[in-house]
Design a protein around this ligand. Structure first.
Ligand code: E4P
Length: 221
C-alpha cells in the first residue's frame, strides 16, 4: 500500500518521511491556499524536499478543458518522473483526464464522491482515483462506498489504483486498509494519530524503570 501525505506542510513532510515509508505527497488548491506560502513556494518546496522516487500530486485550478490541459502539462513537466496532475471529475475534467492520458501524463482523478464517478474515470485511463471518504460520508457510508469501488475495479479488471482521500480519523484509514486499499492520502494529524499510542510510551517507561532498578543504569551495556 502507498502511504501519501495530504499536506503542503514541508516540516511535517520531512518529519513523517524520516519516521515512515512515505510514497509521496498530495495537495489541492485549498491546502496550498491555507499553507501560508505562495503556490510557487509550495511547488518548489515539494520538489526540493521529496526524493525523485517519491510521487508529487498537484491539482489543476482552472476549470475549463483547455486550461486544465495547459496546467496538466505544466504540472507533469515539473520533474522528469513521478509527477501527477490531479483533475476533478467534472465533465470538463473527465474530458481532460482522457486527453491527458492520451498524451501520456500521470493522472489522478479527484473530487470523487461516488464509486460510479471513480469507475468511469478509471475507464478514461486515470492512474489514481481519489474518493473523498469523509465527505462521502455526508451521503452514506463513505468507507463502504470505497470498498465497493475496490471490488468494481477488481471484477472489471481495471488497473487504476484507489488513493482514498479526505480522511478525518484513523478508523477510516484502518477500515480501508483492511478492505485492501492500494493507497491512502492522509493529513499529518491523522497519520500521527496512528502512531505514538500512549500505551507504548508507558511500556517503554516501565522497561527503563525495571532495568534501572535491577542494574543501576539505563543502557544495555
Ligand atoms: C486529496 O487528494 C484531497 O484533495 C483531500 O484529501 C480532500 O480532503 P478534505 O476533505 O479534508 O478537504
Amino acid at each position: 500500500m502507498e502511504l501519501i501525505l495530504d499536506t503542503a506542510n514541508l516540516d511535517a513532510i520531512r518529519e513523517l518521511d524520516s519516521l515512515l515509508n512515505v510514497t509521496g505527497v498530495t495537495t489541492n488548491p485549498s491546502i496550498i491556499a491555507k499553507s501560508g506560502m505562495s503556490p510557487e513556494e509550495v511547488i518548489d518546496g515539494l520538489v526540493g524536499c521529496l526524493r525523485p522516487d517519491q510521487k508529487i500530486f498537484i491539482q489543476t485550478v482552472r476549470t475549463d478543458f483547455e486550461g486544465m490541459m495547459e496546467e496538466a502539462r505544466y504540472i507533469c513537466g515539473l520533474r522528469p518522473e513521478n509527477m501527477y496532475v490531479k483533475i476533478p471529475v467534472t465533465h470538463n475534467g473527465l474530458r481532460a483526464i482522457k486527453a491527458a492520458k492520451e498524451e501520456g501524463l500521470g493522472v489522478l482523478a479527484t473530487a470523487i464522491y461516488s464509486a460510479d464517478e471513480a469507475f468511469l474515470a478509471a475507464m478514461n485511463g486515470a492512474d489514481y482515483l481519489a474518493p473523498y471518504v469523509n465527505r462521502m460520508s455526508n451521503y452514506g457510508d463513505g468507507v463502504a462506498m470505497v470498498t465497493e469501488l475496490i471490488q468494481m475495479l477488481a471484477v472489471q479488471g481495471l488497473p487504476a489504483k484507489v488513493i482514498a482521500a479526505s480522511f478525518k480519523n484513523s478508523w477510516q484509514v484502518h477500515e480501508l486498509i483492511r478492505a485492501g486499499i492500494q493507497a491512502v492520502t492522509a493529513p499529518p494529524e491523522v497519520v500521527y494519530s496512528m502512531i505514538g499510542h500512549p500505551g507504548t510510551e508507558i511500556a517503554v517507561s516501565e522497561f527503563t524503570r525495571d532495568w534501572d532498578a535491577a542494574f543501576g543504569r539505563k543502557t544495555l551495556r
